[in-house]
Design a protein around this ligand. Structure first.
Ligand SMILES: NC(=O)C1=CN([C@@H]2O[C@H](COP(=O)(O)OP(=O)(O)OC[C@H]3O[C@@H](n4cnc5c(N)ncnc54)[C@H](OP(=O)(O)O)[C@@H]3O)[C@@H](O)[C@H]2O)C=CC1
Ligand SMILES: O=C([O-])CC(=O)C(=O)O
Length: 288
């Protein structure tokens, strides 16, 4: 319900409390870092006013952006002057390089590249930095709210994430010729890596941030076992989360259409960022 549709306060309370006031809602000024698969969708939606209470003030990107970018392109320092919320949709390196500076400037930070937080030192520095506040979007996976809530009942015994993607989206500079050949000629699913959420997002920085997101919800990088599978038939990216403890068992499975321009990223991710922004902008009726 918006302020304008609320019934007027009864006269008696008006005399005690003065005239009724509309709740004060300030508009968040958003600086978007990254004009790629995620950023373009987020930026255009913000510019069209899709998130009440949040306005796109500027975009930061490595490339010179064309006239299709609906806000001025600025450098990072200038963006900090102009915004009270930075949305990172560029990569883990941006979180490492700029995260603390954003928070120290008093600007809030919404992170998509959660894999950067597998660096224990950076995690502590961002957690302790301020006065800006750091937030993470749920991105390509669901159920994180519940996994976080379950911590109130005690730790989970086991948490497993299986991520299945097209082989081309998982190729990495550190892979040897043998592994690359296996990925390129695979006719059936190939297990590319099994490790913990501490190890995997650093090895696949543009493809397995979800592992770090699950670990952020669970509160323990080492508790989350991650399997990365390359499947030549995976026209949809799949993430399966299985968790169990003495208090319950949890299973969340998603299948997403990959973004056509960047198939490493699922098409839903910018919409998850927009949902996070709506919650940060204080829009009513949001699932928190
Ligand atoms: N939490 C989640 O579920 C998910 C998280 N992600 C994260 O989001 C990131 C962005 O995804 P996506 O939009 O698909 O990626 P894209 O590669 O499509 O776009 C990223 C954009 O950011 C730019 N960029 C990279 N580094 C910098 C920098 N230092 N300063 C300014 N601009 C920069 C890139 O330019 P250039 O190419 O020239 O470097 C590019 O234009 C991914 O790298 C990943 O870490 C992605 C999917 C899911
Ligand atoms: O978009 C996805 O499905 C997941 C992804 O790229 C990531 O976690 O980095």
């Amino acid at each position: 319900m918006t302020a304008t549709t609320r019934p007027a306060a009864p006269a008696a309370s008006r005399t005690c409390a003065g005239p009724p006031q509309a709740p004060s809602r300030t508009t968040r000024t958003v600086g978007l870092v990254g004009w790629g698969a995620i950023g373009r969708v987020v930026g255009r939606a913000l510019a069209e006013g899709a998130v009440p209470g949040a306005a796109l003030a500027c975009v930061v990107d490595n490339r010179v952006l064309g006239s299709d970018c609906p806000a001025p392109q600025l450098g990072f320092e200038d963006a900090l002057q102009r915004c009270d919320l930075i949305v990172e949709a560029a990569g883990q390196a941006v979180v490492r390089e700029w995260g603390e500076r954003v928070l120290r400037s008093g600007t809030d930070l919404l992170i998509a590249s959660t894999g950067a937080l597998t660096d224990a030192g950076l995690f502590v520095r961002l957690r302790d930095a301020g006065p800006g506040r750091v937030y993470f979007t749920g991105g390509a996976v669901g159920g994180l709210d519940l996994l976080q809530a379950v911590r109130g009942l005690g730790p989970l015994d086991e948490v497993r994430l299986t991520t299945t993607k097209l082989p081309s989206t998982l190729e990495q500079p550190w892979m040897d010729e043998r592994l690359l050949a296996r990925l390129r000629t695979a006719e059936a699913p190939v297990e590319v890596m099994t490790g913990t959420a501490r190890d995997v997002p650093a090895k696949f920085p543009r493809s397995t941030n979800v592992a770090a997101s699950v670990a952020l919800a669970v509160g323990d990088l080492d508790r989350v076992t991650v399997r990365v599978v390359a499947d030549p038939a995976a026209t949809r990216t799949r993430h399966l989360i299985e968790a169990s403890g003495s208090h319950g068992a949890y299973r969340f499975e998603v299948e997403h259409r990959p973004d056509p321009a960047n198939p490493a990223t699922s098409q839903v991710v910018p919409h998850a960022v927009l949902r996070s922004l709506a919650a940060l902008a204080g829009r009513t009726g949001q699932i928190l």
